[in-house]
Design a protein around this ligand. Structure first.
Ligand SMILES: Nc1ncnc2c1ncn2[C@@H]1O[C@H](COP(=O)(O)OP(=O)(O)OP(=O)(O)O)[C@@H](O)[C@H]1O
Length: 264
């Protein structure tokens, strides 16, 4: 049995609605993400928002990141502050990078935004680059990188900025099978870097995102109601399915995946 506590609220979605041309896309979205602690271990949160194609994941991603204002309701972080653009580290599906800057220049720009790194930017970049297997690629331009390398640079950029929340849109799409496994490992590594670090993954790749999460929120519709809402929350720690290597082969994991699919 895993010993853990879910403590203070880090992020709260309250009655979020999003309507386009009088058509509800998101309705009554209510959930909260709490700080998880494990005695003697550094542990951040990894939350997945799952839903079928077209349900509204990207719209919820935008609302969560402050890039899209909800029609009603709000997303609050730290001490009830409403989220605004720039509060969260955002990693888009295509790993957008500044093509005219070298990897190092982009990472330096990110590090300079983080007051806690002042004076230590270079050493921090070099330390992370080694950890993320990017040392040999620091002085090249993004077009000289593979998809997996671009993803690692994007994640590293957000880590250097010091954002407590990192939102990832479909982090496994466009990666081959080996790279997906590496991305899974990398995200787990990031979640172990700071107990206040929260990764929010928006994905339809159920298996890989659930394998690294502690909590899953399922976005879906309900009969007779237009717009998507959170249909179910699954606490994977309670089921003893979080923070475990090779979890995907376990019977209870497979059953949870089936349960999620049935809910979509
Ligand atoms: N600007 C807009 N105006 C009107 N409707 C929109 C707009 N943007 C998105 N939608 C609609 O909102 C719904 C949700 O779209 P969204 O892109 O969030 O889905 P998704 O779950 O991310 O899909 P996918 O997994 O295929 O990317 C869709 O029905 C889409 O047609």
């Amino acid at each position: 049995m895993t010993v853990y506590n879910r403590e203070e609220v880090l992020l709260q979605a309250t009655n979020v609605q999003l309507t386009f041309d009088q058509h509800p896309i998101l309705r009554d979205i209510n959930f909260c993400i709490r700080n998880i602690t494990r005695p003697g271990l550094l542990q951040g949160q990894v939350v997945t928002l799952i839903g079928r194609s077209g349900i509204g994941k990207t719209q919820l991603f935008k609302v969560l990141s402050g890039l899209q204002a909800p029609t009603a309701g709000q997303i609050t972080i730290h001490n009830n502050k409403s989220v605004k653009a720039g509060d969260m580290g955002v990693i888009f599906q295509n790993y957008y990078l500044f093509e005219w800057r070298t990897v190092y220049q982009s990472l330096m720009l990110a590090a300079k935004k983080n007051k806690q790194l002042w004076g230590m930017e270079k050493q921090t970049i070099e330390r992370y680059a080694e950890q993320f297997q990017l040392t040999e690629h620091l002085h090249v331009y993004p077009q000289q990188l593979s998809g997996g390398q671009r993803q690692r640079v994007s994640i590293l950029q957000q880590l250097l900025k010091g954002s407590d929340f990192i939102l990832l849109d479909e982090p496994f799409s466009g990666l081959d099978v080996c790279m997906i496994d590496k991305a899974v490992e990398l995200l787990l590594q990031v979640s172990l870097s700071d107990e206040l670090k929260t990764l929010i993954i928006v994905s339809h790749d159920i298996e890989h995102s659930v394998a690294i999460s502690d909590t899953v929120f399922i976005l879906g519709t309900e009969p007779g109601k237009e717009g998507a809402t959170i249909k179910k929350e699954i606490d994977l720690i309670e089921r003893d399915l979080a923070w475990r290597k090779d979890i995907r082969r376990e019977k209870r994991f497979v059953e949870t995946i089936e349960e999620i699919k049935a809910c979509l």
